[in-house]
Design a protein around this ligand. Sequence first.
Ligand code: C2E
Ligand code: MG
Ligand code: MG
Length: 845
Amino acid sequence: MVTSTLTNTAPAPDRFGLAGRPRQVLALYATVLAAAIALITGGLLIPGPVPGDAPLSVFGGLGVAAAVVAGGQLARLRFRLGRGTVSVSWGEAAFIIGSALVPPGWLPLATFAGAAGAWLLISWLSDHRSIADIVHLAASLTVGAAGAAAVSTLVGAGSGAGDTRWLAGMVAGACAYLVITLGLATLTLALHRDASAGQILGRALNAKIPMLVGNVLIALLGLWVLLREPLWLLAFPPALWLLQRTYRHHLVAEEERRVWAAFAKATAALPGVVEADVVTAGLSGAMDVFGARRVEIELRRPGGGLRRYYEDAPGQDVAASGLPGPVITRTMTVAGTTVGELTVWLSEPTLPVTRDELAVSAYGDALAGALHDAASHERLVQLEARVARDDVQDQLTGLLNRSALLGDGDRALRAVARERHVGLMLVDLRRFREVNDTLGHRSGDEVLTVIAQRITDLARDGELVARIGDDEFAVLMPAVLALTDSASRLQEAPNPLPQVVRRARDLAEQIARPMEVASVRLSVEASVGVVVSRAGLGDAAELIRRAGLALQHAKDLGLTVGTYDSARDLGSTDRLALLAELRDALEVTDQIVLALQPAVDLETGAPTGVEALTRWKHPRRGQLSPGEFIPMVERSELLGAFTRYVLDRSLAAAASWARAGFDLPVSVNISARSLLDPTLPAQVADLLRRNHTPPDQLVLEITESVAVSDLEIVDEVLAGLRDTGVQLSVDDFGTGYSSLTFLTRVCVDELKVDRSFVDGMIDSPAAEAAVRGAVELGGRLGARVVAEGVETAEQRVALIELGCTVAQGYHFCQPLPDDKIVYALRQLAEAAPAKIVPLRADDAS
Ligand code: C2E
Ligand code: MG
Ligand code: MG
């Protein structure tokens, strides 16, 4: 007469609790079938005798037995197992007491009625379980009761109530009840995949064994009291209450041990390097620790949004079913920063809810830490990726950068057959600095981005486009192909240079297309240096270097496209070495020297001034003319020092001929770029002072330049120079782009008509007209007009006829070293009166 129940009380999602769970349906059918057989065979075949003097009628006994079974179920204790809850009840006690009230064959019926009634009541009051679950539970217990009745009947056959055999029968029945109900519950839970069968059995036995012993003892004692001293039954309720408390305490202690073990395991699994992994571990860990129905993690995104992750227990759909149960939400924070929220839908609590709340808080803290670590790690990985990307990518345009072009370019070049041609176009934007200066750097960036896109659009497959300097782009062409007319196929021509030059021109044209930036319509012009070479002859760096020389050549000549010429390369290969040597040369006095060329009165030939031209007596390379080193100086930071040096030497030379009695000004050539130096006027004034030279004895010759003429600073410097009292001269007048504009912006004392016009004026009416125009303009501006490069008497006569008064050229005097200038001036001066030329050209020969 000893029974016990062990039931799976995992809640079900639908009314019958069976949707999509075929194995559970099978288990349900099997159990119900077994219960039905038990009911029929028990009731019809083996009702058996009621032991002892049954105090009640059979039907009365049946009712009381069912009530006892129901009471045993209602006083159940629950504990979490896997992701469900398991109930343990007073089933064994109910079985033993029931055995004393009805024949053993009726026990299944009493159990079915009592269990079904109790679970319907539980379901109605709190659990809201499905009909199928209730039927399944009642059927399981019925099968257990039938088995127990059969075993106790067999063991205790022929015994009288209360004798040893009867007692043995009761104990054996109670054990059979436990084994059968436990077996069925294990099967059901295992089918739910809530936990492994071994785990379920282990935990259930641990909870159940002490209860079985207590149940059997209390039931036997109860029977004994009922039969012998019914009054003592009054002492039972407190005893039962105490026993229930003890069981409960045992379960709670066990549950706490389990929770912390699961907690330790779950938090150990939390750390991860990817947020998604941590979230997955966090969800499944929380499900295990809390035996939850659902766990939800809501994370705050850096941009302000939220991302929600959740996991439901198998067969659960909390959102859909809205199953009740305690819900605990905790905000997860790390060092005061909110990471997100953790919400746990608990199944029936076995621990007091406050302890669950504490556990959820602690779990949330561990999870927040792990998420924070993962996020930091992810950011670190992203940062590393960005650093790696920045290593190869230009941040502004997304093009390759210089080092990537060198690396990728070399790889691409190595893949090309040695005899094929490869090429490189180097693009430099003209006057890009002005865009930055006038429209601001943001607009400058926008212009660069547009141009980068235009270059990319024109690049062919396999070509590498890079930004290798502020306003410098390169297109590396691992194949230099052109459309052949015959088959419209791309093919390499025997000499591919002209095609590449054509492409470079296209490129420059595309770049120069007007664009609108900061509401300003502008167009940026570009110079392109082009090199084409056999693939085997050099690496990407060499191609860039050669294209750089070609680009410089284009800029020097004011061309759009320049090509690489190996002959020019010899002079400029070691430009950098030359710069270093120039630094040393400026420290001594015998390397950068002056060649002095007098300017003369065209009619008398008397000297009117002297121009200082520089030469570099290079210890190894021999004498270098200004054209060979001045362009390099102009692009280096040595320009300031060089200009000071030349000015100082020129003023010293002027002092030397002044001492010899020639009160003549010295003309010094100033690079246009020096006009960007706001300290130039002060430096000039200082040098004049130190050389004791009156300011009007210095003429500064400036070749106006497109690059600087528009800038405000140039106006300021020119005005400053004027204020010092020095004379200003426009050199090479007529060759620049904006000679006339230049004259409107600054008041000049002298125009030097370029040699090319003087050279051509005899044969070319246009050249002659240019000289005439310059002379007239000079007259109107009150400026002296000097003709440069006069080489013949014929030119001299022609110039005099045009009204030009001063000239310079080999016809009068070559540029001379400074120790010869005084002698030359003296000769010119002495010869002057005799050299008045006739005014008719035909007499000049
Ligand atoms: P420039 O100022 O126009 O100087 C005149 C150039 O013509 C000089 O060349 C001179 O030697 C040359 N020349 C003079 N008379 C004749 C002639 O009858 N026929 C021919 N064919 N040439 C003649 P150089 O010395 O080679 O200087 C070239 C240019 O270099 C100069 O042109 C000047 O612009 C620049 N330069 C020279 N020295 C300096 C300097 O110290 N600083 C700067 N910034 N530029 C300089
Ligand atoms: Mg000059
Ligand atoms: Mg000149």
